[in-house]
Design a protein around this ligand. Structure first.
Ligand code: F6P
Length: 324
């Protein structure tokens, strides 16, 4: 392998820049040339490709977003789109690809490998942490910290008015962000997509443990929760309890931005180097991940097919610790 391309795909995540830096610098360390592909798979199809030298990735480890830009490409979902992408790689003599993204990005990568025999290694980059085969994805720790900071602020105002807040956090179909944020902020309850929400249960819990005239309360709602998000849950609880002073806050995309945490920078650096190492070792069609602090190689097949469950012990913690 002489030329390695790197792209970011899907929703951006803090720490992607640190991963790009690690890929570029380790590729150069091994005597390869590194190429940045701008705008995800669509950028690849369009041939938006530029050589990256070591200095091009200086001073980015601390920056959120992605210097390579990101996109979700519909054209790449077609066979013709992938053929165009493969032709662009050939034109630039790029022999291998590192894709930083989530499972949608890896599904695309797997098709590119199957149809055009191009080695691809994936790096898990998404705030949602919903990838099988890695304890943590790049961006998850930062997003959790950002949301915790926001909820701490909401708690100040909630407490001043004895209000019950429903705070919605991101995570698409997964409750990882919600669960960790709920524990870290001492929330009364958490609603996650992995567990069917019974609003009546939540109401009973609040009736038992929450005196609306005496105290404030926080309920963290994952955006993918089956009850339909924070506004819906708040409306239902409010109908049953008009005496509660209820407010809703949807944190939204602020959770995707900001400077990556030290944890994410280190993880991204480790995984960036591990991805290039794997390519040097003739690996293809794998994601590099971290399990119990060890770098692991997970076949794309496995990570795409399987889903990672929430830790039941953490779920239980919320219940135990919210008893008043
Ligand atoms: O996958 C990351 C994520 O931020 C999810 O948590 C969220 O559901 C989605 O992306 C939002 O996507 P978009 O930025 O396209 O609105």
């Amino acid at each position: 392998i002489k030329r390695i391309g790197v792209l970011t795909s899907g929703g951006d995540a803090p720490g992607m820049n640190a991963a790009i830096r690690a890929v570029v610098r380790s590729a150069i360390f091994y005597g390869c040339e590194a190429y940045g592909i701008y705008g995800g798979y669509q950028g690849l199809i369009n041939g938006d490709i530029k050589r990256l030298r070591s200095q091009d990735v200086s001073n980015i480890i601390q920056r959120g977003g992605t210097i390579l830009k990101s996109a979700r490409s519909t054209e790449f979902r077609t066979e013709e789109g992938r053929a165009k992408a493969a032709a662009k790689l050939a034109e630039h003599k790029i022999d291998a690809l590192v894709v930083i993204g989530g499972d949608g990005s890896f599904s695309g990568a797997r098709l590119l490998i199957q149809e055009h025999d191009i080695p691809v290694v994936g790096i898990p980059g998404t705030i949602d942490n919903d990838l099988y085969g890695t304890d943590s994805t790049i961006g998850y720790d930062t997003a959790v910290n950002t949301a915790v900071e926001a909820v701490d602020k909401i708690k100040d105002t909630a407490s001043a008015h004895n209000r019950l807040f429903f705070v919605e956090v991101m995570g698409r179909d997964a409750g990882f962000i919600a669960l960790r944020v709920a524990i870290a902020t001492g929330a009364e309850a958490v609603l996650v997509p992995e567990i069917d929400t019974d609003i009546t249960d939540l109401e009973h819990f609040l009736e038992k443990d929450y005196d609306p005239k005496q105290s404030s309360g926080i309920v963290i709602v994952a955006e993918g929760d089956k009850a339909g998000g924070a506004y819906n849950v708040a409306q239902k609880v409010g109908e049953a309890h008009p005496e509660y002073d209820i407010r809703v806050s949807v944190l939204g995309h602020m959770q995707r931005g900001g400077s990556p945490s030290a944890f994410d920078r280190v993880l991204a650096s480790q995984l960036g180097v591990a991805a290039v190492d794997a390519l040097m070792d003739d690996q293809k069609s794998i994601m590099v991940g971290i399990m119990n602090k060890e770098i692991v190689h997970v076949p794309f097949n496995k990570t795409i097919k399987n889903s990672k469950g929430l830790n039941p012990e953490l779920l239980n913690l919320v219940k135990i610790l919210s008893n008043r």
